[in-house]
Design a protein around this ligand. Structure first.
Ligand code: ASP
Ligand code: MG
Length: 401
C-alpha cells in the first residue's frame, strides 16, 4: 500500500511529538508500506513568522511573505527526516521545489496545478520514507507560493491523488470529525464516517478540522481520506462517497460566528436592482452568503444579505455610494448555525425540527438558507452555543444510533 500521512502543527510541535510521529510512520513503513509524509510548520510557527514580518513591515510584499512562510514547513520536514535517520530508517525531506509542486501564481492563496511525481517515486523505489513540505508550491516565475492558511491538508490530498495512493490520513489533535464542536456541545460524538459532501459543508461552515479545498480535491479524485488523532490510535473518521444505507439524516451541527447582516430597506422595485447591488459588491471582492428579498410593495422592496464581519462596513459604504434606497442597517452580532446531513434530501420535516428546537429555546431566527444537504439559520451571536446544544439534543446526535 502507498499511504500519505499528513500531520498538523500540534502533532509536530516539539521534540517528543516529532519522535512520536516518526515512530508512527516508521511502524507503517516496517509493515512493508510505502509512506509519504506531509507536514505543517511546528506548533504555531506560521503565526510567529507572520508576527515577525509585521514587525518589519505591516504591509509586507506578498511574494516575500510566502518566501518567509515556506520556511516553517521546511524546518519541520528536515527535523523529521533527522529523527527518522536517528532511528536508522532511510528518509528524505523534500520542499516544493525539489518535488516540483506547481501552483498558480497568486501569492498567499495559490492553487495546485500539477505535481511532478518522478522524484518522489524514485525516492520510494529506494525504500525511503519521503517527507514533504505542506502548504507550499512554486509558480511559473520559480517563486515560492503558499496555498492559504491550513493548506497542508490540500497538499496531502493532492499528493495522494497524483501518486494514486491507497489512503490519505490526516492526523490532527482531535479524534476526528464530531457531530458538533466538543468545546461547545458537551454531548458531541465522533462520527465514524461522513460523505465528501457533508464534510465539504462542515469544512466551509467552520468545523475547523479540514481545509475545504482538500475535501473538494478528495471528492474530485476519489481519494479515500481518514481524519484521526496523532496522540492516540483511535479509528478516526472516514471521509468518502456515501452509499444510501450509511447516510445519516443529520450528521452534525456547525456554527460560524463570522457573519454580518446587511439590510437595505426601500430599494426601487424594478429590474436590475439586485444586479446593480451585488455586481458592485462583486467588483470589490466581497463574498455574499445568504440573500433575502422581500415582496415588493408600493414600488419598493428590501434586500438583506450576509457577508463576513470584515466586509460588512465596506459593503454598506459601497451601497450608500451607488444605490437609491431609504435606509441601511448593518448588524455584526449575528452568527450562522447549520445542520448538515446527506440523508436530508430524502427526509421531510428536518428543517421544521430544527426550527422547533430553536423555538423551544426561545431563539429568534433572522434569516434562513438551505442547500440539498444543509439548513442554515442566522441568529444573535450570543445565542450560538445555546442554539447548537438545543439542535444537537433535538436530533439526538449525541447517542450512537
Ligand atoms: N502552516 C500553515 C498554517 O499554519 C499550513 C497548515 O498548517 O496547514 O496555516
Ligand atoms: Mg489544519
Amino acid at each position: 500500500m502507498l499511504i500519505v500521512k499528513k500531520f498538523g502543527g500540534t502533532s509536530v510541535g516539539n521534540r517528543d511529538r516529532i519522535f512520536n510521529v516518526a515512530g508512527r510512520c516508521v511502524e507503517e513503513y516496517k509493515k512493508g508500506n510505502d509512506v509519504v509524509v506531509v507536514l505543517s510548520a511546528m506548533g504555531k510557527y506560521t503565526d510567529v513568522l507572520i508576527d515577525m514580518a509585521k514587525e518589519i513591515n505591516p504591509n509586507p510584499p506578498k511574494r516575500e511573505m510566502d518566501m518567509l512562510l515556506t520556511t516553517g514547513e521546511q524546518q519541520s520536514v528536515a527535523l523529521m527526516a533527522m529523527a527518522m535517520a536517528s532511528m536508522g530508517v532511510p528518509a528524505v525531506s523534500l520542499n516544493a521545489f525539489q518535488v516540483a509542486m506547481h501552483t498558480t501564481s497568486t501569492y498567499s492563496n495559490a492553487r495546485i496545478k500539477r505535481i511532478d511525481t518522478e522524484r518522489i517515486r524514485n525516492e520510494i523505489e529506494q525504500h525511503k520514507i519521503v517527507i514533504i513540505t505542506g502548504f507550499q508550491g512554486i509558480n511559473k516565475y520559480d517563486d515560492y507560493t503558499t496555498l492559504g492558511r491550513g493548506g497542508s491538508d490540500t497538499t496531502a490530498v493532492a499528493l495522494a491523488a497524483a501518486l494514486h495512493a491507497d489512503l490519505c490520513e490526516i492526523y490532527t489533535d482531535v479524534d476526528g470529525v464530531y457531530t458538533a464542536d466538543p468545546r461547545k456541545v458537551k454531548s458531541a460524538r465522533k462520527l465514524d464516517m461522513v460523505t465528501y459532501d457533508e464534510m465539504l459543508e462542515l469544512a466551509t461552515l467552520g468545523a475547523g478540522v479540514l481545509h475545504n479545498r482538500s475535501v473538494e480535491l478528495a471528492k474530485k479524485y476519489g481519494v479515500q481520506m481518514v481524519v484521526r488523532s496523532s496522540l492516540n490510535t483511535n479509528e478516526g473518521t472516514i471521509v468518502k462517497e456515501g452509499n444510501k444505507m450509511e447516510k445519516m439524516i443529520v450528521s452534525g451541527v456547525a456554527a460560524d460566528p463570522d457573519a454580518a447582516r446587511v439590510a437595505v430597506i426601500g430599494l426601487k422595485d424594478e429590474p436590475g436592482v439586485a444586479f446593480k447591488l451585488f455586481n458592485e459588491l462583486a467588483k470589490h471582492n466581497i463574498n455574499i452568503d445568504m440573500i433575502l428579498q422581500s415582496v415588493g410593495r408600493h414600488g419598493t422592496k428590501d434586500i438583506t444579505f450576509t457577508c463576513s464581519d470584515e466586509d460588512a462596513d465596506e459593503a454598506a459604504e459601497l451601497i450608500k455610494a451607488k444605490m437609491d434606497f431609504e435606509s441601511i442597517d448593518v448588524n455584526k452580532d449575528v452568527a450562522k448555525v447549520s445542520i448538515v446531513g446527506a440523508g436530508m434530501q430524502s427526509n421531510a420535516g428536518v428543517a421544521a425540527k430544527m426550527f422547533e428546537a430553536l423555538y423551544d429555546s426561545n431563539i429568534n431566527i433572522r434569516m434562513i438558507s438551505t442547500s440539498e444537504i444543509r439548513v442554515t439559520v442566522l441568529i444573535n451571536a450570543s445565542e450560538t452555543e445555546r442554539a447548537m446544544n438545543a439542535i444537537h439534543d433535538k436530533f439526538d446526535l449525541g447517542s450512537d444510533k
